[in-house]
Design a protein around this ligand. Sequence first.
Ligand code: ADP
Ligand code: C5P
Length: 243
Amino acid sequence: SASDNQNKSKSILTQEVSTKQPFIIGVAGGTASGKTTVCNMIISQLRDQRVVLFNQDSFYHPLTDEQFKKVHEYNFDHPDAFDVELLLSCTETLKNGRAVSIPNYDYKRHRNVESSRMVNPSDVIILEGILVLHDHRVRDLMSMKIFVDTDSDLRLARRVQRDTVDRGRDIQYVLDQYAKFVKPSFEEFILPSKKYADIIIPRGADNHVAIDLIVQHIFTKLGQHNLCQIFTNLFVIQSTNQI
Ligand code: ADP
Ligand code: C5P
């Protein structure tokens, strides 16, 4: 009957809407390269689109008491410092259009704080972090891969400023950590992941042209996606009306 057909078309439509996959962007780059700043500039230009940003740092393994006591010997820049399985499953969940709870990381206590953040499914999902382009399974979920490429001296200067002022760290620890772990891991793991990027942004957030181009591309992709969706839905309505 007509009402049966209408119901059938409605259920197919609902299925279509819920299977609409978001546009996932990965933003990698060395410490203090301007990843967060670039992401915030992209988000502010995306205006009315539904966008969420989450950070790879939320997936750091918590330190054991033993590791905490010897934090000066801990390498936070090694891929093994992150729970990549959890990062992968959270990104997959978001990609499949479901909400997910993401831990909040405390840089002073080197562990997640009790309150986690609920991240809702959105049209655009941005994952930011030093090593988000390192694991191929995480990379494979991304529709666009960006590498923020900023001069190392500038990054170190910003890092010293941030860690001593915002994170209340001792300057000697910051410099030792940089020489012992941050720089070697950048060279061994982060820099080689640049080859997987679709877009490399020299000078980070100062590069307004690159950011404009990225935003334009996202708008184009979302527009195509919405147009495809409208045609698919029209086709579904047409074909179910003929059943
Ligand atoms: P990341 O997320 O890569 O660690 P951030 O975006 O947090 O980098 O930037 C690190 C620090 O450098 C922040 O204090 C930020 O305000 C500053 N910063 C970033 N980009 C610029 C820029 N283009 N000019 C001046 N300061 C910047
Ligand atoms: O924001 P940014 O990309 O700089 O964050 C990553 C950096 O945070 C890493 O280089 C790592 O050395 C540092 N980090 C730290 N202490 C932690 C966790 C991360 O210094 N507990």
